[in-house]
Design a protein around this ligand. Structure first.
Ligand code: HEM
Length: 489
């Protein structure tokens, strides 16, 4: 641990403001985000209550992230050095929010609990926008410093998901001679359903050279395997993997971008952005209350997805229940996030006849019903034969290849987004689907994908350019940080 750390382990705001800020304005306590959002913002109170971490207290994994605020190093990252300015309470945020115009298309006040048995952003109703980022942790970071980074991220995430700024002094309340803690672009439009979900890559546990860099190797579940290469994989490794991923989803694109931007800032010097992806237009429903959206092929996508209202199926297919490996029990309640950036040959697809497009998918393009008949939510009948004596659903159609009945009953929770990242020199869109699926074992996903990749009719129109697997640790209680179970194991 650096001298700077040894001497300064106290709260971000409380520490930085020592001697300059009245006690009542310090950032403290029990559920800072929740209390501020629900209490202070509504009542206009600026004082907060609760416990504050003491200066000089060692940063253990049990330190209460809500009471400690950002670490000194986190503050240093935001300011580029120096000290923090005076704090304002949440009422300042509320006043700014009230003064700012609101997007009528979404409810900016929609918020989901940050704490719980599982992390938010998995079975949460899929929001419309996503900013996904993968980080590499600095090579010289110690285990204690990694914990501190996770505490800082947890602290900030617990606030922004409730519509607060990343710290008490936030975007406008700091020292006018210092850069603000918060970049400010989400004020007045946040949280808009924001969820922030953390995941750990294999490289956090063990490097490619077999190094146990943070003393976590023994805790890595044996079933945390890499994704095998699939047909039509053109994987750019620089745009894949990473030590830690953060998935930020919101109904407002600016709120999702603000989350990744500010979490990246807080990590300055400790973790570096490795790759990131913006997504618009969810390509699945994760709640039966949501309508089925369409992907960039114009198809209804997400019809047969797992939904939050099916807890038994979610338990069976999504949450890690019995991880393999002696010291891996900490992962129970977590999940594996599989992320694949799948480029779609849009212009080729657009020249394909409607009937062929439907044969490729195995579903009617207008209403999403299986070609064997019925309505959108009817079960496909893979044995049904048409008047021409042919199977009504082609055996190589996407639906046939990935359906659980053809994959030992394996299901997954899909949570992907459309993307368009400009175009190439020939005027073709660089577009596709940033596919995200949550499963309780990477190999179960791989099995379905291999069945798809071998000869799914879809494959002709797809090229996968990025592929990653992250272990999303279980959820946390107020006072814990993301992944604490792993460090306590
Ligand atoms: C750009 C790539 C992809 C597109 C455009 C796409 C599109 C679709 C569509 C239109 C459906 C039918 C509606 C629905 O049930 O949601 C579907 C279903 C499904 N897809 Fe994909 N998909 C893609 C990639 C993948 C990948 C990589 C996998 C993972 C192996 C996958 C797994 C599934 C599953 C499990 C279903 C539900 C099948 C069922 O239960 O009937 N898809 N997909």
């Amino acid at each position: 641990m650096s001298d700077e750390h040894a001497q300064n382990d106290a709260t971000l705001d409380a520490n930085a403001h020592e001697g300059t800020t009245p006690e009542s304005d310090r950032e403290v306590g029990v559920s800072a985000a929740g209390a501020e959002a629900a209490g202070a913002r509504e009542t206009g109170e600026t004082g907060e209550t609760g416990e504050t971490a003491q200066a000089g207290e060692a940063p253990t994994s049990r330190t209460h992230p809500m009471s400690r605020g950002l670490s000194r190093r986190g503050m240093f990252a935001l300011f580029g050095g120096g000290v923090a300015g005076a704090a304002i309470g949440a009422a300042g945020t509320a006043a700014m929010m009230g003064a700012t115009g609101q997007d009528a298309a979404h409810d900016p006040s929609l918020s989901y609990p940050f704490y719980g048995a599982h992390q938010a952003g998995i079975i949460t109703p899929a929001q419309d926008r996503m900013h996904f980022a993968a980080f590499d942790v600095a090579a010289d970071l110690s285990r204690e410093e990694l914990i501190e980074l996770l505490q800082d991220w947890t602290y900030a995430a617990s606030r922004i998901t409730q519509g607060l700024e990343v710290s008490v002094s936030g975007a406008f309340g700091g020292d006018p001679y210092m850069p603000p803690d918060d970049t400010g672009e989400a004020v007045g439009i946040s949280p808009a359903g924001l969820t922030v979900t953390f995941g750990f890559g294999r490289s956090l546990f063990v490097t490619a050279a077999g190094e146990d860099r943070f003393g976590l190797m023994a805790q890595m579940p044996d079933d945390f395997t890499d994704m095998p290469k699939m047909k039509n994989d053109f994987i750019d490794r620089d745009q894949s993997d990473g030590d830690i991923c953060i998935q930020a989803c919101s109904n407002d694109p600016q709120v999702a971008v603000h989350a990744i931007r500010n979490l990246t800032r807080i990590a300055f010097g400790r973790a570096q952005l490795r790759w990131s992806q913006l997504g618009f237009g969810r390509t699945s429903s994760t709640s039966t209350a949501q309508h089925t959206p369409r992907n960039l092929f114009g198809q209804k996508d997400g019809t047969m997805n797992l939904h939050a209202e099916e807890p038994e199926l979610i338990d069976e297919h999504v949450w890690i229940a019995s991880p393999e490996g002696a010291d891996s029990a900490w992962a129970v309640g977590g999940s594996y996030l599989v992320a694949r950036r799948i480029n779609m040959t849009i212009e080729v697809w657009d020249g394909v006849q409607l009937g062929e497009q439907e044969r490729v998918t195995g579903r009617d393009k207008r209403d999403g019903a299986p070609l064997s008949g019925g309505t959108e939510f009817s079960e496909p009948d893979f044995t049904a034969v048409g008047e021409d004596g042919q199977l009504m659903i082609d055996e190589r159609s996407h639906v046939a290849r990935v359906h659980p009945s053809n994959n030992d009953g394996i299901r997954m929770l899909r949570r992907g987004y459309n993307f368009v990242d400009g175009n190439d020199a020939q005027g073709r869109l660089n577009a596709g689907l940033f596919f995200i699926a949550f499963v309780n074992k990477p190999e179960r996903f791989a099995k379905v994908h291999q069945n798809m990749a071998r000869d799914d009719l879809f494959i002709e129109y797809l090229k996968t350019t990025s592929s990653s697997v992250f272990l999303v640790p279980p959820g946390m209680r107020d006072g814990e940080f993301a992944g604490q179970q792993l460090f306590d194991a």
